[in-house]
Write a protein that binds this ligand. Structure first.
Ligand SMILES: Nc1ncnc2c1ncn2[C@@H]1O[C@H](COP(=O)(O)OP(=O)(O)O)[C@@H](O)[C@H]1O
Ligand SMILES: [Mg+2]
Length: 275
């Protein structure tokens, strides 16, 4: 299977503390890949370095981009494998390559409806088309309709289509988390990064989440990179898992392999006993 993402020798420190230390791993096309580790291990920081929210001190983040996507932007791959190195690219440009994320703390605009949240968060191209809409170009109207249909499809897919016109702000946590996921689907993602999607959800919502993640992969044919504390979810949904501790690589393998890994048990000692 070909790879969609390869993180190579990634390092970043904050005031002398190595939050991520020479970490390497890769995610295959359409794989559901888990990143686990105790609190403070550096998981969110890894995500921030991949999406260029943080600039890593060292290392590369290779991302496989569809050739048509590169051609549309008059760009060339950085290596013979058709990949680009995301390091150093502007944070807002990353979505254009098909890499999207959700945040550990849900980030949506409460004053907008659900469908508008999906629309504005979704795609840089949509904002460009808003300009032509203001000029009332017929093509722009057709485009807006298509975007709305796509947004509705994403909301329906996540089971919150019936709330599309309600304000996002007052919605229960579970709905807001689903909304954030719906937004990622607008970008025609090749890789979706989910930071603790089960945090704050109750047991039955978490059970539904595993199936939703699998369905997203099936329907959108994308890979998913997941950080999650709920070990039940991680073990049931992931094809492979990378465990880290203090920013360093600890172990990599299938859920069964990770569950039996002595280093993983040691790292979690004192924090949890259900690994
Ligand atoms: N912007 C930042 N400034 C300073 N320290 C940070 C920053 N971001 C993360 N850290 C530190 O990096 C370490 C890893 O944090 P984080 O990636 O959030 O861990 P995790 O997501 O695994 O719980 C922690 O010690 C955290 O305090
Ligand atoms: Mg985190």
């Amino acid at each position: 299977m070909s790879e969609v993402l390869r993180v190579e020798n990634l390092s970043i420190s904050f005031g002398g503390l190595a939050a991520v230390d020479d970490l390497s791993f890769s995610v295959s096309d359409q794989e559901i890949f888990g990143l686990i580790g105790p609190n403070g291990a550096g998981k969110t920081t890894v995500f921030n370095c991949i999406t260029q929210f943080y600039k890593p001190d060292k290392g590369s983040v290779w991302f496989t981009v569809d050739p048509e996507r590169l051609a549309a932007r008059r760009q060339k791959a950085d290596n013979a494998e058709g990949q680009i190195n995301l390091v150093g690219r502007p944070v807002h440009s990353i979505i254009n390559y098909g890499l999207v994320r959700t945040f550990q703390n849900v980030e949506i605009i409460g004053e907008l409806s659900l469908v508008d949240n999906v629309l504005i968060g979704g795609h840089v191209d949509f904002r460009a088309s808003m300009l032509s809409q203001m000029l009332r170009l017929p093509r722009a109207r057709a485009e807006e309709k298509a975007y709305r249909e796509k947004a509705m499809e994403a909301l329906d897919f996540l089971g919150i289509g019936h709330l599309a016109d309600q304000l996002a702000g007052g919605q229960p946590y579970g709905v807001r988390k689903r909304l954030e996921m719906a937004r990622t689907l607008m970008a025609e993602p090749k890789l979706i990064i989910l930071d603790e999607p089960a945090a704050g959800l109750n047991e039955s919502e978490t059970d539904g989440l595993a199936e939703t993640i699998r369905e997203i992969r099936r329907r959108y044919e994308c890979a998913i990179l997941l950080v999650e504390h709920d070990m039940g979810l991680v073990m049931s949904v992931c094809d492979r898992i990378c465990a880290i501790s203090f920013g360093k690589f600890l172990a990599m393998g299938t859920p069964a392999e990770i569950q039996q890994d002595p280093l993983v048990h040691e790292a979690y000692l004192g924090e949890r006993d259900d690994v």
